[in-house]
Structures are given as C-alpha cells and as structure tokens.
Design a protein around this ligand. Structure first.
Ligand code: SF4
Length: 168
C-alpha cells in the first residue's frame, strides 16, 4: 500500500476520528444482503437523497467505478456528524494535497435534521452515499482491520461510526 497515504490516516485522527486505517480496495467486502437491510427496516430508505432508491447511480455503475480504486481509508468516528465531516475533509485533502482527483467519500449523510427529499438537496457538495447503500459488508470489512461493529440492546450502533474514503 502506498505509504504516502499514511498522512491521510493521521489527518483523519487530528480532525476528530477515533481511528483511521488504510486498506487495499480489494479487501473491501461486498454482500448483496446489505440491500435487504437497506430496503426493509431502515427508516432512511426512500427519505434521503443519499439512500436507496434515490441514489440515481446504480450499484452496477458504482462497482464499475469502484474497480478502478486501489487504496481506501476506513475511518472510525465517535458520532455520525464527525464521521461525515472527517470523511469529506479527507476526500478534499486526498484531492488537493495528494493529487487523487477521484477520491470519493462514503458516509451517512446527517447534514440536515430532515432531508430535503424530494425537494433538491440542501448541500449537494456535502452529500455522499453511505457504504451499505452500495452493498458494503461493513462488519466484515472493518473486522479484518481490527475494528469491531457492536450494537447496544436497542440496536443502536456502538461505539463507533464507520465511513470510508476511496483514495486512488
Ligand atoms: S445534505 Fe441534507 S438534503 Fe442533502 S442528502 Fe444530506 S440530509 Fe438530504
């Protein structure tokens, strides 16, 4: 893996992430069962511009783009707001400081209390899809990095939120 991207992991922590680890893009695990979990039981389905079925970019087109990436940064954050902010900041840093013009963040969009959908997005420059919207098995992917996905008794994600930047 390209050592020059270590600076991005360090920067993510400086910006408020609990941890951030580089991984090869081919270590990211996909499982189509994620689509079932998105479609049924998630109260964001159909209500956010950044969630299915409102993505306006099919999983097939996403995968065609994904296959061009070699390196990603997995970011662990203490809450979804920090997760989104750090992800966008690292995406920008990768573009401007590292010249990775196709750097792309995936993070749950929590920018607005209520999404503007179906009216136009309030902050399109900040809106990115979540990893699971495109079928990433977050649990399996982060486990291999030494992270763990855990839930409290009410099903709330603990102790961390995960987001990712596809770097290069
Ligand atoms: S920025 Fe606001 S309006 Fe746009 S997708 Fe996110 S929550 Fe919805």
């Amino acid at each position: 893996m390209n050592a020059k991207f270590d600076a991005l992991a360090k920067k993510a922590v400086e910006l408020g992430a609990a941890d951030a680890r580089l991984l090869p893009a081919d270590a990211i695990v996909f499982d189509p069962r994620s689509f079932l979990k998105c479609r049924f039981g998630c109260n964001r389905y159909g209500r956010f511009w950044t969630c299915p079925p409102n993505l306006n970019l099919s999983p097939e087109r996403f995968m065609a783009a994904f296959e061009r990436y070699r390196t990603a940064l997995m970011i662990q954050s203490p809450d979804p707001k920090i997760s989104q902010e750090v992800t966008l900041a690292i995406e920008k840093e990768a573009m401007l400081a590292q010249g990775c013009m196709f750097a792309f963040g995936l993070a749950l969009c929590v920018q607005c209390e209520t999404c503007a959908f179906p009216e136009p997005c309030n902050f399109p420059h900040l809106a990115r899809p979540a990893m699971d919207a495109y079928g990433v098995d977050i649990g399996k992917t982060v486990e291999a990095l030494g992270f763990q996905v855990t839930f409290d008794p009410e099903g709330k994600l603990l102790p961390a939120w995960y987001s990712m930047v596809l770097i290069d």
